[in-house]
Design a protein around this ligand. Structure first.
Ligand SMILES: [Zn+2]
Ligand SMILES: [Zn+2]
Length: 176
């Protein structure tokens, strides 16, 4: 089966033979009073539940390119892992949806868990920590403390509160 390769500004984001549909969307997010530009990737194969991979961090001026790879074409190496959640390591078969950034991907369950930590001071998931200092960078916007406060880190993957909000926006919209 042919595979799709999707790049944003020359940086590879998704590769997969199970990608069935690629949608680019610009929509208005009322509660943020701002426009959101996102790439939605419908995935699934062999009778599995459809999974949507979503790029949440696109900006005006970004260049998105989509290439169809032949079946026998060498798959590029060193790709970010977008087949599973970088935070809980759940495989895409066990998760409802995944939001993918340039370095990391996060599943709906981790988003909900992190949201509870940020908004209701809920307990952190096992192995997770909040970093106010250090070398970790948000896998979505590449910002590091002190530029962003309180990076959520688990399994070497990091997410800042601002990108968490952007991801949750996508997740709740795609659920409607
Ligand atoms: Zn997860
Ligand atoms: Zn961020």
């Amino acid at each position: 089966m042919a595979a799709f390769e999707i790049s944003v500004n020359g940086e590879r984001r998704f590769v997969g033979e199970y990608v069935k549909a690629i949608t680019l969307a610009a929509d208005w997010v009322a509660h943020r009073q701002g426009e959101r530009i996102s790439v939605h990737v419908g995935a699934g194969g062999h009778g599995e539940v459809e999974v949507q991979y979503l790029g949440a961090d696109l900006r005006p001026g970004d260049e998105i390119s989509i290439r169809v790879l032949a079946e026998d074409e060498d798959r590029p190496e060193g790709l970010p892992e977008t087949e599973s959640c970088s935070f809980c390591r759940s495989d895409k078969r066990h998760i409802g949806s995944l939001v993918a950034g340039s370095q990391v991907a996060i599943c709906d369950r981790c988003l909900v868990a992190f949201q509870a930590v940020v908004t209701r001071s809920a307990a952190l998931p096992i192995g997770a920590s909040i970093q106010e200092l250090g070398y970790a960078r948000c896998g979505f916007c590449q910002k590091a403390p002190p530029e962003v406060a309180g990076l959520l880190v688990r399994n070497d993957a990091a997410l800042c509160p601002e990108c968490l909000r952007a991801c949750l926006d996508l997740y709740t919209t795609s659920d409607e």
